[in-house]
Design a protein around this ligand. Structure first.
Ligand SMILES: [Fe+2]
Length: 395
């Protein structure tokens, strides 16, 4: 993989803050070799479906709060052996102020509130890397089910010159009608990059990898790390041809990156446990700064399936109100080939050839494209009003 593209090199170096190295400059002492040595109580002790972990108090050293967070993440990983759910709530308020999140939602509403005639100027098919607007009924179909969601997608701001044709990075598109949109939305993206940097190291420590940069060094300014501003219309507003699919926001899938951060304005997210039951994961009632962290396919491969990517879906609101969410995917550089770390044993057949981040995303996009085409052929999906065909986007 091309990991030499150090964060901060491409654009806006004044805005790109390498918080991982600023906060945690020295390498940690070697972790012990026992894997997931903790046995903690259930995640539901506080009445939440998932354990709640806070980044509050993380500082310059890796003792104290840092060790506590690592312990808690190890607890989640340990529990996931039985539950299948290597996911948790993360209170990231010490890095992402609630005001940033609130402004994220304000900008989400402002953009999606623009007329289609304005939004079509920012249609994602006009962007080489699918940045911008994804209208309702143009979201890729993970299954043979129509998605009910409208999106605005962005990523690391990289000039075309620096992107040099990389299929996953390049310039964003920004709506000129909304004066503070770029500054505020990209500010949130950067704060989430800081969270991502911390989590890559926390995960490496929790997995007891010798080198705590083992994961994060593959997620540079070239990483496939998209942020999405999503709006789900309530069931009462839009009904598609599929009789049995009107409750689908986004159908079941795992994410194709390393891990995902999800902030949501209302319930609707569900995760699939090992027992085959869907578990509702609503927003935490008393925390404006808590995200749901889902494990993705690349981390599953790195751990040889020790951690399983979290199957999830979104159910549309039934109360007549729209649901909004701010999603940050945390991927790896396009060319990164992930193979299971040796400490997780002989690679299982599923992982023995490894997974390349860019290829994996492309295969997922191709599969979704086929699903979309079948839905169009069956008449279940309305033809796109804005592009020649519904095309698979950055997933
Ligand atoms: Fe997802």
């Amino acid at each position: 993989m091309a990991a030499s593209f150090a964060r901060g090199r491409c654009v806006g170096s004044d805005l790109l803050r390498p918080i991982t190295r600023r906060l945690f400059p020295p390498p940690l002492s070697s972790p012990s070799t026992s894997r997931f040595s903790l046995s903690l109580s259930t995640a539901t002790e506080a009445g939440h479906p998932l354990r709640v972990i806070s980044l509050e108090g993380l500082g310059l050293d890796t003792s104290g709060a840092w060790k506590q967070v690592v312990h808690q993440v190890q607890g989640v990983f340990e529990e996931s052996r039985a539950t299948g759910l290597a996911c948790f709530y993360l209170d990231a308020g010490s890095i992402v102020p609630k005001e940033s999140i609130a402004r994220g939602y304000e900008n989400l509403k402002a953009f999606h509130g623009l007329s289609d005639e304005v939004k079509v100027k920012y249609h994602s098919t006009r962007s080489r890397i699918s940045r911008g607007w994804v209208p309702l009924f143009e979201e890729p179909a993970y299954e043979q089910k129509v998605s009910h969601v409208e999106a605005f997608d962005l990523g690391m701001e990289v000039s075309e010159e620096d992107a040099a044709g990389d299929p996953g990075i390049g310039p964003n598109v920004w709506p000129s009608e909304l004066k503070s949109f770029r500054k505020e939305v990209y500010g949130l993206y950067q704060e989430l990059t800081d969270v991502s940097d911390v989590l890559f190291r926390i995960f490496a420590h929790a997995l007891e990898l010798e080198d705590l940069d083992s994961l994060g060094r593959h997620s540079t300014t070239k990483a496939r790390s998209v942020m999405r501003l999503l709006r789900y219309p309530p069931e009462t507003v839009q009904v598609v041809v599929q009789d049995d699919g009107k409750d689908i926001g986004i159908s079941a899938h795992t994410d194709f990156e390393c891990f995902t951060l999800i902030h949501q304005s209302a319930k609707g997210l569900q995760v699939l446990g090992a027992d085959g039951r869907w578990v509702e994961v609503p927003p935490l009632p008393d925390s404006d700064t808590s995200f749901v962290v889902l494990i993705g396919d690349m981390l599953e491969c790195w751990t040889n399936g020790e951690l399983l990517a979290t199957p999830h879906r979104v159910v549309r609101p039934k109360d007549g109100r729209e649901r909004m969410s701010l999603i940050r995917f945390n991927g790896l550089d396009n060319d990164t080939l992930v193979l299971p770390f040796p400490k997780f044993g002989k690679p299982k057949p599923k992982y023995e050839r490894g997974i390349r981040q860019g290829d994996h995303l492309q295969e997922a996009a191709d599969k979704a494209q086929k699903n979309t085409e079948r839905l169009l052929e069956k008449g279940d999906l309305p033809p796109s009003k804005y592009s020649a065909q519904n095309s698979a986007k950055t997933l």
